[in-house]
Design a protein around this ligand. Structure first.
Ligand code: IMP
Length: 199
């Protein structure tokens, strides 16, 4: 079975291709097909956005498609930045601007009330429209100042109590083993492996 990945990101494509090797699927990157403009992320939830992107690509090319959406939910901010994580400090804002705004919004919030989690949703739309989502989360709390140089996005201000470090202080392997994205991918792989076994 051929599955188109709704991203032109080479890193994501290589990661999914290697994860799903031996599961009877051929992963095709959007970068290898005619250029398409993915729909805007206007949904209210991560699964909504992932499904919209996967459905669009599936219908456009008449094949199965996979897409993901992820972000940070902070309890003290009523779940924000949520689906607006990438553009929290404004359209086109960089990682540092986004987490600096987050720290400013969290000013005065005490240590015990800074719970947050990263969430990831992966949507699979099969040819014909059958749709599934696979989700993963990583719990943590918002630090009082940034620390660490690895990772991206909100990693420097996302403290993981079980590790005693921020996500930006973990090695890539340490982060992948526990991350929201890693956990959603494990569920996706389990589904493909089961399907492969049964067909
Ligand atoms: P997406 O590319 O639409 O899924 O947007 C994801 C946004 O959420 C990124 O731009 C980051 O701001 C944030 N985000 C998602 N996953 C992570 C992570 O693992 N570490 C730090 N920030 C993340």
């Amino acid at each position: 079975m051929k599955i188109i990945l709704a991203t032109t990101n080479k890193g994501k494509t290589a990661e999914i291709r290697s994860l799903l090797s031996g599961c009877g699927v051929e992963i095709i990157s959007l970068a290898d097909l005619s250029a398409v403009q993915l729909p805007e992320e206007t949904g209210e939830t991560f699964p909504d956005n992932a499904i919209a992107k996967a459905r669009f690509v599936s219908e456009r090319f008449g094949a199965g498609a996979l897409a993901d959406d992820s972000g940070l939910e902070v309890d003290a901010l009523g779940g924000r930045p949520g689906v607006r994580s990438a553009r929290y400090a404004g359209e086109g804002a960089g990682d540092e601007a986004n987490y600096t705004k987050l720290l400013a919004d969290m000013e005065g919030v005490p240590k015990g009330a800074r719970a947050a989690r990263f969430r990831c949703a992966i949507a699979l739309v099969m040819p014909g429209g059958a749709t599934m989502t696979f989700e993963g989360a990583l719990d943590g709390e918002i630090a009082f100042s940034p620390s660490g140089a690895n990772g991206f996005g909100y990693d420097p201000v996302f403290f993981i109590p079980e590790k005693g470090r921020t996500a930006a202080e973990l090695t890539p392997d340490e982060k992948n083993a526990i991350s929201h994205r890693g956990r959603a991918l494990v569920r996706l792989k389990a589904w493909f492996a089961l399907r492969h076994k049964l067909t």
